[in-house]
Design a protein around this ligand. Sequence first.
Ligand code: DGJ
Length: 725
Amino acid sequence: MRRRDDDSTPALHLRLGGTSVVLDVPRGALPGIVYWGPDLGDVSEEALDGLVAAARPQRVSGGLDHPARLTVLPLEHDGWQGTPGLIGSRAGAAFAPAFTVTETETDTDAAPSDTSAPTVTALTITADDADARLRLGVDLRLDENGLLHQTLRLTNTGDDVYDLHELAASFPLPHTAGEVLDTTGRHLRERTPQRHALTVGRYDRESRRGRPGADATLVLAAGTPGFGFERGLVHAVHLAWSGNHRVGVEKTIAGAVLTRVSELLAPGEVRLGPGESYETPEALGSWGDGLTELSGRYHRLLRSRPQHPSSTRPVTLNTWEAVYFDHDLARLSALADAGARVGAERFVLDDGWFRGRRDDTSALGDWYVDDEVWPDGLGPIIEHVTGLGLQFGLWVEPEMVSPDSDLARAHPEWILGPGPRLPMSGRQQQVLDLSNADVSAYLLERLDSLLRENDIAYLKWDHNRDLMEAGAGSPAHPAVHENVVALYALLDELRRRHPSVEIESCASGGARVDLGILARTDRIWASDCIDPIERLTIQKYTNLLVPYELMGAHVSGPRSHSTGRRHDLSLRAGVALPGHFGIEWDISSLEPEVEAELTSWVATHKRHRELLHHGTAVHADLPDASMDLRGVVSPDRRHALYTFTQVTASASYPPGPMTLPGLDDERMYRVALAEPTGALGGPGQSALAWAVEGVVVPGRALRLGGVQAPVLFPESLVLLEVTAA
Ligand code: DGJ
């Protein structure tokens, strides 16, 4: 890091990964972001100053004598009359801080080209308020994917307690942002998109479940009205945190628009004693001309992590919907045999293997193999599975405890709660206080022993209830924050001891999906709903943040256990195809032709998984909501695989063209239906001209004009393969 000369230009230009951030840096005052978006190229100091001056608003009648500045920490001191970035006090005092910047450091990257100067990529500032006795640290950093990272730190430099209520990161948005997209959801229908106009006022999405929750928004996006996946300037922010949080968008009457994001702290949750600090979870902002470009930055970040799974994603056979709690060596061995026949590579023994766990009413916490169900331990099933050449995985839910368990009987004081009474139960269970060192030590010992004593390649780490009234200690204080920190420490230590063991983050399906948990796990379970029609939405919007190789996607039985609907295997498998593919279905006695069809879908996934798990995920913005076209394009854009799903009956007949996004405009491509073709059918239709032998079409024409979609029955799907001609 180099120290910046404080007498230099009051503007600073951060550039990396196709993104520019321009900051107004007046001497001594907190900097403010005046531009965040597409790279501006080499900009002279004069032009930077011009940009900052051009962005400065006028003073107006009836207002303050200086127009408000939107800084990295908006405060009343700067005339800010929207929500302050810092809220807290010393028993009512020190409620209106005013910081003076005491240190500014920048990080510089090599020049992007031979002719350009090295670019600044990061800014760290330290600022003090001698009266409020607070020190602020702000880190702003661009990465090579063009993501803007922000972390704030607050230190109590006084000698009494400072009660922190909120410390929020702010991401100013362009004035063109007029529409908000976020996701909501519930068990069995995570990541449902919702949109509305961005108007003056504040719109917040809060997570108060002690985990992000099924209804949490993965990102909060705001952009040019009507933005889609393919086009429209859009910005979004995600908080890398697995606990309570708030992410919102605010527009002031003075025209400032920003996304603000923070950990949601309960009263008394963070009380800074003398010298103590609080650091926010990292907030990550992205932008794109359309959501595909915006998401691609998060995907590339995840893929660039040293711990990103580098091996091909093993096709997984999970026992949950196949047998539920009916654990029986012969039955599970037969299931594993069938898995091996169809091409599965990993077998995951789900809930029900541990002492006293015959249903979901008891035994969580007693992490010892049940010797009634497994009289010889897990050895026989593990040997059977690994003997077939499959990896063995095991389900656990370490943070939870059943009141009806030996653990709860021995240690009632280990349970999170508001005091002597217990919080309302959820799935008949309670939550352990991992911030208690004895609890974390117990869990580490149990998990470590299981992994040392058994040949386990994979843990499905579940979390099946929201945290309510989650207090620790006596008298109890709010403890969600401490528990997230302790969970991360437990996962980190377990991974340090067992670096080759992969971990899945599951939480009542997909209720814990965030970059904090993904820093410590190898995939997420997107939803307990495996109905392919529901999964189309769930996976599309989970893909806003999570690339396909980290997203569990399984083929269920013909009748969905969560919706009761029936679907062809081609739809069930075709929708799961791009993800970390698996099977969750009792396949031990399939009809031979069904087993053969499943085998061919597993083979299809394996044939394409290199492309699917390294390429760019794209989604077409088709005007007909009954049609779904999505795909993955190879990094060199010479090869792509798309699925076309006729979700419901189209009002048009034939449904009309479908455009193919993500290809190279300048290249020629051969477009053909790919095997297995699924259910092309329906009465009275002729052959689709292009589908018989394929056609060669310019990339630009595929993007803008497309090809005629085949006439399909509703709720059916075909695959299209596109290769450079
Ligand atoms: C909830 C998970 O989402 C399911 O996949 C399954 O593992 C059950 N828990 C087991 O209790």
